[in-house]
Design a protein around this ligand. Sequence first.
Ligand SMILES: [Zn+2]
Length: 291
Amino acid sequence: MAFRSPIGSEVERNNMPVNIWPGSWVDANAWTGNNPPKYMLGPGNPAFHTGADLNLPGDKDRLAQIYSIGDGVVRFAQLVSKTSWGNLVVINHGTVNGKPLFSRYGHVEDIVVQKGQAVKVGDPIAKVGNQFGVFPYHLHFDISVTNQLDKAPTYWPGLDLQGTKHHFVNPRNWLRENFNSAAEKLPDGAFASGGVSGGADEGRKPGDVKPLPVWYVIDPNGAQVYKNPSLTAEKSTILPRGSKVTVDVQNGRKDAELIWGPIVGGEYNGQWVAIRRNDGKASYLSTNPPQ
Ligand SMILES: [Zn+2]
């Protein structure tokens, strides 16, 4: 488990303690210490800024890739309105440093995740947008350390300075301080850090045993069940869209293309389904029923 910048190349993001915002990226409305700036959201519309407005000069950030800052589960991923937020993504990262942790990415385009989907640090989630021409291209990015974005993903404190400071933190400082932090508890449905990569089980503590989540088949074509976690393995049944299945994601596998999970219980106990593509571009199972 770790936290990384939402923008920049892989090398830049992994060098984040030095730069945090990589390369030529600048924050147009940066916090100073623990204090958010007051700025104009539009003519006659002052507000305290909840996070960072990340830009490359000259709209070079147009459609730049945005990545999840940490492991977690997508809480919100949809259009809010063309005049407020545009498309918005919120990710629940569980409990970090004893507090809830949510990250939010506003005015984005080309969202490739959906509500309920587990994501890992560095997974692509969307691209930098301009809210349908309302703003110059930029990423509005903020970090909340309360459950406010769980209750209200579009929460905007406006001129409420205490609300801004209560729910949000200086995102640059937070990322700098938590480059190697671990979540005490990931949200239900998340992949524990070591689970799918086979590495050390660093995100979990002894006794931190959660009930296995129920997943729904969301692929319109259903989910093919395999005897082993490989597309070339012997095939079993196809579970139709909407089927419920318990999957032990913490004992999942990751190959070049897919993240696999073993089915627990029922007729197909011990057999395997693909949960999603490795690059985040498609999900076949979700902890939320298909809409
Ligand atoms: Zn902003």
